[in-house]
Design a protein around this ligand. Structure first.
Ligand SMILES: *Cc1c(COP(=O)(O)O)cnc(C)c1O
Length: 350
């Protein structure tokens, strides 16, 4: 990496392990199968997946076939890998023992025509209306015959809103549709689903965000520790006189004389533009507001009255401000904050 990076992302593997253990406790007898799509939500699948495998994870989910192929080389031959996108090329799945998640009747047929050693999951769409076979199409799916159907799954649309009526509707629809495949393992819950109660657990749960430090309901949760710690360095300190403006669009105008620090982190590094103006960062233990806009490489923060220098580091995300708070300040969700973290920010694991 570069000789003197201006930002760093520390990934706390002990916290990842803590969250995995907490999810196992919450999931009861269900297997906890980490979702490591999108480069493990931006935290780096190459480090995260083998680490979770060493912690005992035996089944993983990714979205894309290419992610599944990369994951196979990272975790070796033993773990089960499901690819959520569906089945395109059965021979590619066979070659690396990946399991497709079959989303349509056509994919189900394609699977049955391919090599019989490819095990698969079938995804039933119980209300998300995105991916999966509709419940009214399930009865018409052919008998798997020699092919092993290893999992029947569905996905919750509103798991992060515990009182949303769609949760119970999806649960009922899932049970009814899954009865078409007696003896096949079942999976419904993502991270929030695990916290909706034991009815949602079935045989296997598929957490992503809670492993990586997001609360199940978009708020901090006592079970879940922050994993991603993002800090950036002061590049320059400047004094601003009352009436002077800051940054693109001159959106911030100083009401009084003040001191600003320019920090080496911008939207090209994944700090969302929408983080300004309501966001803040932690400087020497104190919360300090952003001034002006987030630009590509830098943002500015009010450090009036502080003794900071051009080597001071400020925390953007981590212990002082968790993922859900950063997401709320930026008007988005923790998932987007993490998956936007840019390649320019070096990752450190420890
Ligand atoms: C991304 C995804 C998950 C993980 O969801 P989290 O809310 O991050 O726990 C689980 N299942 C499916 C089908 C997904 O697409």
């Amino acid at each position: 990496m570069s000789a003197s990076p201006t930002a760093r992302l520390n990934i706390d593997l002990a916290a990842l392990s803590h969250n995995y253990a907490a999810l196992k406790r919450a999931a009861g007898s269900a297997e906890v199968a980490p979702v490591v799509k999108a480069d493990a939500y931006g935290l780096g699948m190459a480090a995260v997946a083998p680490y979770l495998a060493r912690q005992g994870a035996r089944t993983f989910f990714v979205a894309r076939l290419a992610e599944g192929l990369a994951l196979r080389t990272l975790v070796g031959v033993d773990p089960v890998i499901y690819v959520l996108d569906g089945l395109t090329d059965p021979s590619a799945f066979a070659a690396q023992r990946l399991r497709p998640v079959l989303n349509t009747a056509e994919q189900f047929q394609l699977w049955l025509q391919g090599p019989s050693n490819v095990e698969a999951a079938v995804h039933i769409d119980t209300g998300m209306n995105r991916l999966g076979v509709r419940p009214d199409e399930v009865a018409a799916l052919p008998d798997p015959g020699q092919h092993r159907l290893a999992l029947v799954m569905s996905h919750l649309a509103c798991g992060d809103e515990p009182n949303h009526p769609l949760n119970a509707q999806q649960l009922t629809a899932f049970r009814a549709a899954a009865d078409r495949f007696p003896g096949v393992a079942r999976s419904l819950a993502n991270s929030p689903g695990i916290y909706l109660g034991p009815d949602y657990g079935f045989d296997l749960v598929r957490p992503g965000i809670c492993l990586y430090g997001g609360g199940p309901f978009g708020l901090a949760h006592p079970d879940i520790q922050p994993v991603a710690h993002l800090s950036a360095r002061v590049l320059q300190i400047r004094d601003l006189k009352a009436g002077e403006s800051v940054g693109y669009g001159a959106t911030f105008v100083a009401e009084r004389d003040m001191t600003l620090a320019t920090i080496g982190l911008g939207y090209a590094d994944g700090l969302l533009r929408s983080f300004a103006p309501s966001g803040f960062v932690t400087v020497q233990g104190e919360r300090r507001p952003l001034t002006g806009r987030v630009s590509m490489d830098v943002f500015t923060v009010d450090v009036t009255g502080m003794h900071v220098g051009d080597r001071t580091w400020v925390e953007v995300l981590g212990s002082s401000q968790n993922l859900d708070e950063v997401a709320a300040a930026a008007g988005t969700i923790g998932y987007e904050v993490l998956t936007r973290l840019g390649a320019r920010v070096p990752r450190h694991y420890g």
